[in-house]
Write a protein that binds this ligand. Sequence first.
Ligand SMILES: [Zn+2]
Length: 274
Amino acid sequence: MDHARGEPARAAGPTCNRAAFRVVVDVGHTADVAGAKSARAVSEYYFNLRLAKEVEQELIRAGFGRTVLLITAAPPRGGLFERAERANSLAADLFLSVHHDSVPNAFLEKWEYEGEEYSFSDRFKGHSLFISFDNPDRKGSLLFARLLGRRLKDRGLQYAPHYVEPIMGHRQRELVDSATGVYRFDELVVLKYTRMPAVLLEAGSIINRDEELLLRSPERRALITASVAEAVERFCAARLPLRRPAPASQANAGKDAPKTASPDSLSAVPASSH
Ligand SMILES: [Zn+2]
């Protein structure tokens, strides 16, 4: 079944060297420049930090002990390059940036909550996944995004379809995979300048009044963290064989990536196989 979806048929297990595989979990935005505001005026950074920490813990629990939580204090735009540089210097095998979504300002409405006026928009909801075609491992980025999107879908979570709509203006995106909600966003610095497969997850819309409450709930966050851990396991199992001298059938697997992109993705190969 998974094979028909373009997923690797190989199950996670002995082929995935979890102890050697490094995931960098990037906390979107900074404490000072905190991203979007929720429908109840809580900053996106707070949501990102909480969820990313839980993702880190879940990955470590699953045996991915080299997982690194990436918290950046430097403001954009320099801070974005710093994230990519740190992931590169850590020789990460996979980069996941954790964000929460809002809407263009034109869609905002006003409401009153506990005696205060706040902005909200219930127009859109759902998570979404972004990859950059300029990442040197586009194929790997797409693979992980689809694996994650599939696991979120299997848990009953629906992706946000509205990024394809012209009404999104300069935020309009190409939908790369309509089954799992993977969009193309080439210019995202943390996806473009990382030298390993990289995906940005918008975990849901915190400007949507109902979805904000769901995203605050431990139950929803547990669905997301379990999805990430499963997707990482599958990705790890699928990718490691590519790092050994490739049989003919796999020789073209990285053909989208420039030749210079390989050193980081070789980081987990035992020295004897170099
Ligand atoms: Zn964000």
